[in-house]
Design a protein around this ligand. Structure first.
Ligand SMILES: NC(=O)c1ccc[n+]([C@@H]2O[C@H](COP(=O)([O-])OP(=O)(O)OC[C@H]3O[C@@H](n4cnc5c(N)ncnc54)[C@H](OP(=O)(O)O)[C@@H]3O)[C@@H](O)[C@H]2O)c1
Length: 216
């Protein structure tokens, strides 16, 4: 059976992705900052993606690495009275540096696996084409994760590793205060189809959960 590693799998979209891959019978490696109760067919790893020392390379093979963990910290911030420098640092250390560290740590097992894939959960808020304003920190961090994914796609193509970047929809999770128009399971079901469709021909794509190409 193929093996997937899901970063930030204890709640929200990450948990729904884990449930989706368990249903498909995949071997699942799931990460969480907090200790999780043992579960059949899941290897839980404790990982805070901001901490370089907590990233441990896997051995063997890895078919799919999903970089899902993320934060939105600037709720209610207003231009001129918010967007504290610490919020920039904390958001970037998770959404950008953490994503990069997770990929770098697993690069050798991905290289050792035929047709392996990396999926980065970014956001429609990464787009500079749409640019509706506001949420400057989160938008910048997601734009950086999109840019990271696009450049990794270029560099990893010759290694046979495909990289896709995704908008999961507006999803009912803690991040949105459950205000989305999609459940986490609906989002995950769509994303899993997109990850299956991802190939070396489509590497570097920026797509929505339901298969539309998203403008950069
Ligand atoms: N929900 C939406 O509508 C929406 C829209 C666009 C993009 N996204 C993106 O989709 C992804 C998942 O979002 P969600 O809605 O499922 O959010 P969520 O419910 O808030 O869950 C976020 C997940 O990320 C983990 N995480 C946060 N900081 C971490 C760190 N430093 N180290 C390790 N794990 C960390 C959380 O773990 P803890 O439990 O330890 O905090 C949790 O598992 C994020 O990248 C988000 O930006 C979401």
């Amino acid at each position: 059976m193929p093996r997937v590693m899901i970063i930030g799998a204890n709640r929200g979209i990450g948990r729904a992705l884990l449930d989706g891959y368990l249903k498909k019978g995949w071997k699942c490696i799931a990460t969480s900052r907090k200790e999780q109760a043992p579960e059949e067919n899941v290897t839980w790893i404790k990982l805070d993606i901001r901490d370089p020392n907590s990233h441990i390379p896997l051995t063997g093979e890895l078919d799919l690495l999903i970089c899902n963990a993320g934060v939105f910290l600037e709720r209610g911030a207003k231009l001129g009275s918010g967007y504290d420098a610490n919020l920039w640092a904390d958001t970037f250390s998770t959404n950008v540096t953490g994503t990069y560290l997770a990929i770098e740590t697993q690069i050798n097992v991905l290289k050792a696996t035929k047709n392996s894939k990396i999926a980065i959960i970014s956001s429609q808020m990464a787009s500079d084409t749409t640019a509706p304003g506001g949420s400057y920190i989160y938008r910048s961090s997601k734009a950086a994760s999109l840019n990271l994914g696009r450049n990794l796609a270029t560099d990893l193509k010759s290694e046979g590793i495909s990289v896709g970047i995704y908008h999961p929809g507006w999803v009912q999770t803690d991040m949105t205060g459950n205000a989305g128009n999609l459940t986490a399971s609906e989002s995950a079901a769509g994303l899993i189809k997109r990850f299956t469709a991802l190939s070396i021909e489509t590497t570097g794509c920026f797509e929505t959960w339901d298969g539309n190409i998203h403008p950069y």
